[in-house]
Design a protein around this ligand. Structure first.
Ligand SMILES: Cc1cc2nc3c(=O)[nH]c(=O)nc-3n(C[C@H](O)[C@H](O)[C@H](O)COP(=O)(O)OP(=O)(O)OC[C@H]3O[C@@H](n4cnc5c(N)ncnc54)[C@H](O)[C@@H]3O)c2cc1C
Length: 293
């Protein structure tokens, strides 16, 4: 029978030294709401768990400094709900947190665990992608910053090295004439993994009609899992927001992305929903910015 060891480092430096030098198959554990069910299902079998859950002083915070919002990797979904920062243009984060699991899960589930699980149904990944978030990865050798869109390389695959820990997620709050919104489809309202989830960060020009930038991100994209809708985003730039533009953007979205099929829904159904959500997100954002809907 294989054995499982639990290593409880004294601090972050100790954890980083340990994962740098221990040659066995390791997994960092935050709250374990993703990792432990997967271990029980034998989808992953690390021989050592490195418990970082006590590093709340170093890794659990929600801060705004200058023009950047910084979230420690151990920030919980409930912390997001409690923060006064996530109203108005950033209410996307509050909305997403409210749709996440149930209170028991939200109280412990961390944003770092959500991102590092790189799963096809996670709520926060498309939201942080739409916000153009960067990730700070730390190791015993130093630190590096990676855009989230380059971090996720496939289903349950990231560009994080085995010797690294995710320490922080950061992004700039939306500027003038900008808004963000999120849509999630599940079979019920609580304790449900998304069938489709899609986020948009939209900025209009001073005329409040023309798109300056659009970042649509969604999950369950074949091959990429969570991904930016790069062609749709490029198509929207410079266009006036009209019913016709949105219809054309829906077609670009359907042609650029193939969404996965599983027992929760077919790829074709998901694509239909993703198109409907694109319209809804565009309309919600333009209405909030004050432009035409
Ligand atoms: C009942 C239930 C409902 C759920 N509902 C939702 C939902 O609605 N939406 C949703 O998105 N998810 C949901 N989840 C999934 C899960 O709760 C989230 O993904 C959660 O954010 C994971 O965080 P965690 O702290 O528990 O991560 P863990 O399980 O501890 O870790 C997850 C993965 O990330 C790695 N990891 C964790 N932290 C770090 C770090 N700082 N650096 C490097 N690697 C790290 C671990 O090694 C592991 O591979 C649900 C889970 C359950 C059990």
């Amino acid at each position: 029978m294989s054995t499982l060891e639990l290593y409880s480092p004294t601090d972050l430096s100790d954890a980083l030294r340990f994962i740098e030098h221990d040659g066995r198959s390791l997994a960092v554990i935050a709250s374990g709401t993703d990792l432990l069910p997967r271990m029980r299902r034998k989808q992953t079998s690390p021989s050592v768990l490195v418990d970082i859950s006590s590093f709340t002083e170093d890794l659990r915070y929600v801060r705004r400094s200058d023009e950047t919002i910084r979230l420690g990797a151990l920030t919980t979904v409930a912390d997001l709900l409690e923060s006064p920062l996530f109203h108005g243009k950033l209410s996307i984060i509050r909305e997403t947190a409210m749709l996440f699991g149930a209170p028991q899960v939200r109280n412990v589930a961390t944003i770092g665990g959500n991102i590092c699980s790189a799963s096809s149904s996670e709520d926060l990944i498309p939201v942080f992608m739409a916000l153009d978030a960067n990730l700070k990865l730390v190791s015993a050798r130093g630190e590096r910053t990676v855009p989230l869109e380059d971090f996720i390389v496939g289903k349950r695959e990231t560009s994080m090295k085995p010797s690294e820990i995710l320490a922080e997620v950061s992004f700039s709050p939306p500027g003038e004439h900008s808004w963000t919104a999120y849509e999630k489809l599940g079979r019920r309202n609580m304790l449900i993994l998304a069938i489709v989830n899609e986020a948009l960060s939209l900025t209009l020009e001073d005329d409040l009609r023309t798109v300056r930038s659009a970042r649509v991100a969604l999950n369950r994209v074949s091959g990429k899992i969570p991904a930016l809708a790069v062609k749709t985003n490029a198509f929207l730039v410079g266009k006036k927001v009209t019913d016709q533009t949105i219809s054309q953007a829906q077609k670009v979205l359907a042609s650029e992305l193939s969404l996965t099929s599983d027992f929760r829904g077919s790829g074709a159904y998901r694509t239909e929903v993703a198109q409907v959500y694109l319209r809804r997100l565009m309309e919600r954002c333009t209405k909030e910015i004050g432009g035409p809907s």
